[in-house]
Design a protein around this ligand. Structure first.
Ligand code: IPE
Ligand code: IPE
Ligand code: MG
Length: 246
């Protein structure tokens, strides 16, 4: 039986988060400059998005550019920003055809104006789509997001709109960039690295982590199905004992 048909659609993660990693190494392995890897990563973005939408995943969050990625060589940063504009412009039509809404988390106001504008208009053009939400983490870092949430809540408290004793998990979650989204049930990182790299630290408190050696440009629908099947075999205990679950 093929992998897709083995997936239990009743137990599908509502939200999948991905750390798309390994573009640079993939390029090097092909004797090409790093940017070649980024360009080839676009196909994997397309495949993953399409596969998630077909299955009925509600949210897919892709780590596209971290706050820390600004420290890369300027030529690579420029190429990534240019690729972002190009890809977004090319994909809006397909997003609309498949009823996928585009969202962003991260400090997008700090992106170069061209990237920012392309992103803004794509988000606006897809805002009415309801089948799936594709979230791009751009100039994102989890510590930045958490600090911003703390500032927002402090401002509300200072203005007398919020009492500190009312701050609980829900209030805090709603102050984050992922406000209104369920926490990811599954986090996939490609390329063999087994770290989180400042991604969704609050949101992944109980997320199942899946690491694959596949480099991002090689990631295809079948790899996603493998990850989901692996996820579906796990027992999610949330602190309880195994016996309590049955
Ligand atoms: C992920 O691939 C893409 C971004 C971080 C933008 P990398 O560029 O990190 O590839 P490696 O990890 O160097 O192979
Ligand atoms: C994480 O990948 C960020 C993105 C995938 C956009 P990195 O390749 O930047 O992570 P580190 O620095 O190796 O942890
Ligand atoms: Mg990397």
């Amino acid at each position: 039986m093929d992998l897709k048909s083995q997936i239990n659609l009743e137990k599908l993660p509502r939200h999948i988060a991905v750390i798309m990693d390994g573009n640079g190494r993939w390029a090097k392995e092909h004797g090409m400059p790093r940017v070649f890897g980024h360009r080839n990563g676009v196909k994997a973005v397309r495949e993953t998005t399409e596969a998630c939408a077909e299955l009925g995943v509600e949210y897919l969050t892709l780590y596209a550019f971290s706050t820390e990625n600004w420290s890369r060589p300027q030529t690579e940063v420029n190429a990534l920003m240019a690729l972002l504009v190009e890809t977004i412009k090319n994909e809006v039509k397909t997003l609309n055809k498949n009823s996928i809404r585009l969202k962003a988390i991260g400090d997008i106001s700090k992106l170069p104006p061209k990237s920012y504008n392309a992103l803004r208009s794509a988000m606006e053009d897809t805002s009415q789509n309801e089948r799936m939400t594709l979230v791009l983490a751009l100039n994102y870092s989890s510590r930045w997001e958490i600090v911003e949430a703390a500032k927002k809540l402090a401002e509300q408290a200072k203005a007398g709109e919020l009492s500190p004793k009312d701050i609980d998990n829900d209030v805090f979650s709603n102050a984050l960039a992922t406000q209104g989204m369920p926490d990811p049930e599954l986090l996939i990182r490609t390329s063999g690295e087994t770290r989180i790299s400042n991604y969704l630290l609050w949101q992944i408190a109980y997320t199942e982590l899946y690491f694959t050696p596949v480099r991002w440009p090689d990631f295809r629908k079948e790899h996603l199905y493998e990850a989901i099947l692996n996820f579906q075999q796990r027992e999610r205990r949330f602190g309880k004992t195994s016996e309590q679950l049955t």
